[in-house]
Design a protein. Structure first.
Length: 86
């Protein structure tokens, strides 16, 4: 259930945050988006590369579930604190 959670956060970010910034790929916002997407995808893909639930959980425990926690914080902050642009 990790990947759908990340996709939900990504859709929320596109809906509420992206319209406020430049659409240019190499703007500061674009670079932050590229880097954060790369990091979170690599974090989530590790479970598929390990090919075992137990190993995946051990891996994420070693990383203190930071990707899951950051996604949860992002979702809550953007949902309740950022208004939808008109």
């Amino acid at each position: 259930m990790s990947i759908p959670f990340v996709q939900m956060c990504e859709r929320l970010g596109k809906k509420k945050i992206s319209p406020r910034f430049s659409a240019n790929k190499w703007s500061p916002y674009g670079i932050v988006c590229i880097l954060s997407t790369s990091f979170i995808v690599e974090y989530m893909v590790q479970a598929f590369q390990l090919l075992a639930y137990g190993w995946s959980m051990t891996n994420w425990k070693n990383h203190y579930f930071f990707g899951h926690i950051l996604c949860a914080i992002f979702y809550l902050v953007v949902t309740y604190c950022v208004p939808t642009p008109k």
